[in-house]
Every structure is written in C-alpha cells, then in structure tokens.
Design a protein around this ligand. Sequence first.
Ligand SMILES: Nc1ncnc2c1ncn2[C@@H]1O[C@H](COP(=O)(O)OP(=O)(O)O)[C@@H](O)[C@H]1O
Ligand SMILES: [Mg+2]
Length: 260
Amino acid sequence: MWGRRRFVVTNQKGGQGKTTTTVNLGAQLASQGAKVRAIDADPQIGSATFWLPPQWEHVDPGQRFDLSHVLTGQATLDQATWPTTVPGLFIVPSFHSLGQFELLRPPGADLVLRQAIDRAEPYDVTLTDCPPNLGLLTVTSITSSDEVIIPCKPGGLDLAGVNDLNQTLALVKDRLNPNVHVAAVLVCGKLQSNFVDAIEQQLQADYPDAIHQAIRHTVRVGEAPTVRQPLIEYAPDSTATEDYRTLAGRLFPALSTRSA
Ligand SMILES: Nc1ncnc2c1ncn2[C@@H]1O[C@H](COP(=O)(O)OP(=O)(O)O)[C@@H](O)[C@H]1O
Ligand SMILES: [Mg+2]
C-alpha cells in the first residue's frame, strides 16, 4: 500500500517547518508500519540529524558514512542509512562536510541522489529535508523525488520567494525529472487569525491540485528535539501530532481506510 513514494520537503526560507515536517511525518508513517528513510540534506544546527541521531555507537568511526559520502561516490545510500531510536524510521545523516559536494560539483551532480536511491534497497517512503536555499543540494534533492511538500510559516511567506521556488520546480521538471509535482502545502505553526486565513486562501489558489494541511502551533515542537524524540513519542496528544497524523492519512488514503 505504500508505493515506494519519494517526497522532498523544501522551501528556500529557513524556519518554515521543513525539518519538523520531515521528522514528524516520517515518525508518523513509521508508526503506521512504513519503512521510512529520512535523508538529511541540510547539515545546519537544528537538523534532522540532531533531532534523530544515527544509532551507530557500535560502528567503527571510519565506517560511519553520511550523505556527503554518498554524494561524492564514497559510499552507497544503504551504507549511509542508519537506524534511529524510532522503529521503522532510518536516517541518512549530514554534517558540515556536506558542503564539499556543493564546492566539488561532481559531474552529474543534479542526478546523483536520484541514482543513489534507484540503486539502493527500496524503502516504503523516502523523505528528503532540504537546506534553506535553492542551491545544488536543493536541486539534487528535488530531482531525486517525485512529490514536493512545501511547509510555510504564516508571516514568513513572501510571494517572491514562492515564485523562485516555483521557477526552480519548473526547471527541474523540464530538464531533470518530468514527474516532479507539488503534493502538499502546509501552514506550519498555525495560530488562528484572519491574516493566516488569507494566506491559506492564497496558497490554495496558487496550488489548486495539492493537499493543504495546517499544522497547529504548539510549544511541544520546540521541546521535542532537545530530548531527541519525535512528537508522536514526546507529545502524542499534542495538536501538531494530530495534524501530522491527518497529513499522513491524506497522503496515504489507504491508511485512513485501514484505521476506520
Ligand atoms: N507546529 C509548530 N508549532 C510550533 N513551532 C513550530 C511548529 N513547526 C515548526 N516550529 C518551529 O519553527 C522553527 C523552525 O522549524 P524547522 O522545522 O526547523 O524549520 P526549517 O527546517 O524550515 O528551517 C523551529 O523553532 C520549530 O520549533
Ligand atoms: Mg531545517
């Protein structure tokens, strides 16, 4: 029922909910039985790797491969995929060395992650978390995926930014991956206001074919990374946990039928 779907979570602005969405949608799907590979393509502080560190204490430090090894041809994706503390959720971690990839720009750089996923063990769901820019790592991540999830924080939204993202998506679709499309647009950290209602309406008009889901604001989201737990474990009854569960059910309608 999972269909080996590949999602990229992207928005070129920082602080929009990309990492929160990657970790918590991933944990939600894993809790419902999916084998999920989260790929961290943003090595900044507060990354998915920090939130869900790889469980590799027993592994020789020389063998602790991460995404930069994959992108520079030193390891396969499977060699760089590690268990997390969450059953069913695996992570391809990133550290500052990932910057090397953008400096080196190896031949075929745009396609390298797509090829690595194609050659790796198939997972039910792949979720790639992007850095806050439209550089090579973001283009490579979008090219590797078919379905785009765009999280936005109300207030952080400037339409010029969304235009730039749309242009990048159009170029990737035209030149690199004809299947790429926007699957979902999220308003993350939603607090009720007329302003937010107007933003939601605008987003619905801009992306008429996408799933639109609000993820409500809760302080639990800021707390969970400090204890390295996804919301589903740290705050199973929080509003955001419920909203990510709803999102999972809308992306995978068979889930809702199953639990009904
Ligand atoms: N639903 C939410 N409720 C409250 N705070 C949130 C919510 N979603 C995200 N945040 C907060 O917003 C900030 C940015 O989120 P993050 O996922 O790191 O964004 P990005 O990866 O796009 O930079 C973080 O401090 C996070 O705790
Ligand atoms: Mg992030």
